[in-house]
Design a protein around this ligand. Structure first.
Ligand code: HEC
Ligand code: HEC
Length: 463
């Protein structure tokens, strides 16, 4: 796998190598005359010394010394030249036409920046309907950014306070897992943005281990898991409970636990009056609780409510960048900043030991290899490390987007492979400068929610 931008690393290395090769020689006392002599020596193609410096005589040790300098120089330049060649070959081989990096646009002066801010304040003061059109590729069905709507609870599992209370208690109870060690909260911790702060969550078994996503605003999602394999939150909760990578539990264990506890029997009776305890009921309660885990208290939301000063200058510039030059709205749009669709960002590690084919494992459609669900960006600054791999920090993610993301190198033997993943055509080098990236990052910080004030509920005793 190769990250676009490596060419530049190569170029830098080459220049560094050459500069080092040249600078080092005269820097070492006594080497300069030697280097000069050896250059002459090489340029004369090894003609006897006397012809290069007529009348002078070299002793044998001097001659050996001179040849050492020549060899030394030769190696230096051979090294620099070969690195240049490697760099050139790698930069051109198999590189899609649009993936060459665009040089960053010039940074704005303080005065220019102040003028832009004045202009943006005027533009973004208006109703979103009057905002400038976002930069989108043809055919993208987009929605404007905005405040979160009400979560819709499905008819089969309507909202009730008693069900939420049961669901919240279950969410925190590690006794649901046979080991007694893992609760939902172990990997979806309110204090960690409802994720777990780890790269990947306790990998066990052979399935691809992935980063634990936040469950904040999960009620707005059309499908669940990074590959969307669960169509409803109920199915998701069932899988989380029974998945060997998560809680490794089962229906009889969970129903047994609740039946044994008078506290749980009470909670359950209030949630499902007159019904006996079932695994399906447990799952409904968990899903019902999860649908109440909703954000909407960020500074961005305050701004959308009309509080013009809620966004600082950098955040406002970042909002505009996000919608236009940075092209993020092609995939992250609407109130949750996600299109709910699947895209290949080049992070599948296809053909490597840590390969994850993502959506393909659900649909078996070759176009889905390497595609993952666009995550919401609300509160994203609290759920580092990022991406399904759990291997990135925010600044790194932005730098990668600026370079057009990762382009997998298709080896010759892979050219006939129908499953070789294709990076999303929405990703292109952006040409943003450091100031722009900092502004974009500032905007993402404005989507941060105040810490969730969800206390640990008392867990019912087993009697
Ligand atoms: C060992 C850690 C772990 C535990 C315990 C755990 N989860 Fe998860 N959860 C994950 C990981 C990892 C994923 C993503 C897996 C994937 O996409 O393949 C996930 C995904 C989810 C999602 C989907 C979010 C999205 O954006 O699609 C929800 C909802 C969820 N878990 C809820 C729960 C509930 C409810 C429980 C308890 C019954 C639970 N989890 C227990 C690690 C865990
Ligand atoms: C082609 C669609 C697409 C575009 C364009 C796009 N993203 Fe993404 N974004 C995704 C997908 C899909 C993921 C998850 C990928 C994965 O984990 O493999 C993601 C993940 C992220 C994450 C990590 C979120 C997390 O919870 O781990 C951040 C941050 C992010 N994008 C920000 C941006 C920004 C900022 C832009 C504009 C510069 C942008 N994205 C443009 C589709 C896109």
């Amino acid at each position: 796998m190769r990250i676009a931008g490596l060419c530049h690393a190569n170029a830098a290395l080459t220049l560094g190598g050459m500069a080092g090769g040249v600078a080092f020689v005269p820097a070492v006392p006594g080497l300069a005359p030697g280097a000069f002599m050896s250059l002459r020596y090489i340029s004369l193609g090894g003609t006897p010394h006397r012809r290069a410096w007529p009348g002078s005589r070299l002793t044998v040790p001097e001659r050996i010394e001179q040849m050492r300098y020549a060899l030394n120089l030769l190696l230096r330049y051979a090294f620099a030249v070969s690195i240049t060649l490697v760099g050139l070959v790698r930069c051109t081989a198999g590189e899609p036409a649009d993936a060459g990096r665009v040089s960053p646009r010039p940074a704005r002066s303080a005065a220019e920046r102040a003028a832009v801010v004045r202009q943006l304040r005027e533009i973004y003061r208006a109703d979103p309907a009057g905002w400038p059109a976002p930069s989108l590729d043809p055919g993208v069905a987009w929605q404007e950014l905005g405040r979160l709507p009400q979560v819709v609870h499905p008819e089969e599992n309507p909202l009730s306070a008693a069900k939420v209370a049961l669901g919240r208690t279950l969410f925190f109870d590690a006794r649901l897992s046979p080991s007694g060690k893992l609760a939902c909260v172990s990997c979806h911790e309110p204090g960690l943005g409802w994720a777990d702060g780890r790269a990947i969550s306790e990998p066990r078994g052979s399935a691809p281990a992935r980063n634990s996503p936040s469950i904040l605003n999960v009620g707005f999602q059309p499908a669940f898991f990074w590959d969307g394999r669960a169509p409803t939150l109920e199915r998701q909760a069932e899988r989380a409970l029974t998945n060997s990578l998560e809680m490794e539990s089962n229906g009889p264990h969970v129903v047994g636990l609740l039946t044994e506890s008078s506290g749980y029997r009470d909670l359950y009776e209030r949630a499902f009056p007159g019904e006996s305890i079932t695994f399906a009921g447990v799952i409904k309660a968990l899903a019902c609780f999860e649908r109440t885990v909703v954000g909407g208290r960020s500074r961005f939301d305050d701004f959308m409510r009309g509080e013009a000063t809620a966004l600082a200058d950098a955040e406002l510039i970042g909002l505009d960048l996000f919608r236009r030059e940075a092209r993020c709205m092609n995939c992250h749009h609407g109130p949750v900043l996600s299109d709910g669709l699947y895209h290949d960002l080049g992070l599948s590690f296809y053909g490597r030991s840590n390969e994850d084919r993502g959506r393909y494992d659900v649909t078996r459609d070759a176009r889905d290899v390497g595609r993952f669900r666009t995550p919401s960006l609300r509160n994203v600054t609290r759920t580092t490390p990022l991406m399904h791999t759990g291997t990135f920090r925010l600044r790194g993610v932005l730098t990668m987007y600026n370079a057009g993301m990762v382009t997998l190198k298709q080896e010759d033997f892979e050219r006939v492979d129908p499953l070789f993943p294709t990076k999303s055509p929405h990703l292109k080098p952006l040409g943003l400068n450091r100031q722009d990236l900092a502004d974009l990052e500032a905007f993402l910080h404005s989507l941060e929610e105040p810490p969730a004030a969800v206390g640990r509920p008392p867990l019912p005793e087993l009697r």
